[in-house]
Design a protein around this ligand. Structure first.
Ligand SMILES: NC(=O)C1=CN([C@@H]2O[C@H](COP(=O)(O)OP(=O)(O)OC[C@H]3O[C@@H](n4cnc5c(N)ncnc54)[C@H](OP(=O)(O)O)[C@@H]3O)[C@@H](O)[C@H]2O)C=CC1
Ligand SMILES: O=C([O-])CC(=O)C(=O)O
Length: 459
């Protein structure tokens, strides 16, 4: 097999100068699109294809040179320093991952499952820089789960994206079977089983929140449309880029083919932050804190629910017995933890966010321990808590471990909680009105509550 890989290395390298389709190792050639392109399945290719360059077939069984629109049969791709062909709009396999191939019968560890394809946007950003290596190492999906990474960047981050791919190459992760990079969502999201939408525009100096909602909303509307077109019908979408609840709603609304229940906004970082603060106060290690719900928006109106949370299986309010602290210190500390960190670190949480993304995924692919739950921003339709329908709101969830989730329906809601949950709901409804034009609704207007709708990192 090494010889095959070596041959393909030469084919996929700069020396490619003929219009050939190279089929290696007897593997089957899928007819599905590779990052937006159809692969021919044999012979030389003379069809009209807009782009030229070297691409690698998914799972590496095929490398080919696509001819230009002029039916030239020979196209030598211009190679970029990082090892990918220049002049392509779409995603393409990167470097050594163009020569990765399906292991032959008998070579593939018997315990390995079917490759999972994970698309990541903002892949050249800080959070992704932590997350991608966790995914590739097997610590998220398991040591028996080969993965393919489709990384989405932009013109701005093209070089950086290659840098990320180079580091992934150099890490020699056995479970990482493919890395494809690109700047077109419709190409990068092709056949994705998971879409981790991290990239978003940060709020610049003097920028109105309404403008931020609109700018990011457009990114997520486009990405929702692309997912709708090309992702696996069962794709699980986790939106991290802020404002993540409303961005998730926008993506969902632009993807009518997909199940709304498969869209999540990341509030797991808030859950983890809350658990840590409760553990500190109670003088226990944080794995003794359970049943921690974050209700609402990933913003400073979020509600860390100390009423239903537990420490060592006992109610937090019975263990800590300091309601004033829970209301006046614990709650704002969790709500504003992101800002406190920025003040110390000079940048927003990236490593702990990546950990929380890993936790959020693991919570969906592992059965939730008996009696416990996790928080996720999910679609509100059918919720039993009286929260407005048709928004993305963080609530307590359980999973059977197959990627699906169900709501925990029996949390106690007292007046204190209800009032705060409503405030976060109102904030999300106001955000929704601001993006009406992006979710197919009319009569939108932007009138956000004064002082609210602050990200945890905005102080
Ligand atoms: N939900 C949560 O719990 C948390 C969410 N976040 C959010 O996650 C997101 C990513 O954070 P992080 O990785 O630290 O951010 P980075 O600044 O490192 O950027 C991530 C990516 O966003 C894209 N981006 C940056 N600037 C712009 C711009 N002006 N216009 C469009 N896209 C841009 C870039 O991707 P490219 O150039 O490739 O398009 C960049 O690589 C942010 O929105 C942040 O607020 C952060 C922490 C917690
Ligand atoms: O506000 C930000 O950009 C970072 C953020 O979401 C957090 O730290 O929770």
């Amino acid at each position: 097999m090494a010889a095959v890989a070596g041959n393909l290395g030469a084919v996929a390298g700069a020396s490619l100068n003929s219009n050939v389709l190279v089929k290696l190792d007897g593997g089957s050639v899928s007819s599905s699109a590779f990052l937006g392109r159809k692969l021919a399945t044999g012979g030389s290719i003379k069809a009209n294809v807009k782009h030229q360059g070297v691409v690698g077939k998914r799972r590496g069984v095929v490398a080919y040179v696509a001819p230009s629109t002029t039916e030239k049969s020979v196209n030598e791709p211009k190679k970029a320093a990082g090892g990918i062909a220049e002049g392509q709009k779409g995603g393409q396999c990167f470097g050594v991952f163009c020569v990765t191939y399906d292991l032959k019968e008998g070579e593939r560890p018997k315990t390995w499952r079917k490759t999972v394809r994970i698309a990541v946007s903002g892949a050249a950003g800080m959070i992704a820089n932590h997350l991608l290596f966790k995914l590739a190492s097997g610590e998220v999906f398991g040591q028996d789960q080969p993965i393919a990474l489709n990384l989405l960047g932009s013109e701005r981050s093209r070089d950086a994206l290659e840098g990320v791919a180079m580091e992934l190459e150099d890490s020699l992760f056995p479970l990482l079977r493919e890395v494809n990079i690109g700047i077109e969502p419709e190409e990068v999201f092709a056949d994705a089983d998971w879409a981790l939408l991290i990239g978003a525009k940060p709020r610049g100096p003097g920028m109105e929140r309404a403008d931020l909602l609109d700018l990011n909303g457009q990114i997520f509307a486009n990405q929702g449309k692309a997912l709708n077109k090309v992702a696996s019908p069962d794709v699980k979408v986790l939106v991290v880029g802020n404002p993540c609840n409303t961005n998730a709603l926008i993506a969902l609304k632009n993807a009518p083919r997909l199940n709304p229940r498969n869209f999540h906004a990341l509030t797991r970082l808030d859950e983890n932050r809350a658990k840590c603060q409760l553990a500190l106060k109670a003088g226990v290690f944080y794995d003794n804190v359970s049943n921690m719900t974050i209700w609402g928006n990933h913003s400073t109106t979020q509600v860390p629910d100390f009423l239903n949370a537990k420490i060592h299986g006992a109610r937090v309010v019975d263990v800590i017995q300091d309601e004033k602290w829970l209301k006046e210190e614990f709650t704002p500390r969790v709500q504003k933890r992101g800002g406190a960190l920025i003040q110390k670190w000079g940048r927003s949480s990236a490593a702990s966010t990546a950990v929380s993304i890993a936790d959020a995924i693991k919570s969906l692919i592992t059965p939730t321990p008996e009696g416990d739950w996790f928080s996720s921003g999910v679609y509100t339709n059918g919720n039993p808590y009286g929260i407005a329908e048709d928004i993305i709101y963080s609530m307590p969830c359980r999973s059977a471990g197959d990627g699906s989730w169900e709501l925990v329906t029996d949390c106690e809601i007292n007046d204190y909680l209800r009032e705060r949950m409503k405030k976060s709901e109102d904030e999300l409804l106001a955000e929704k009105k601001c993006v009406a034009h992006l979710i197919g609704q009319e009569n939108g207007y932007c009138d956000l509550p004064e002082g609210d709708t602050m990200l945890p990192g905005e102080l």
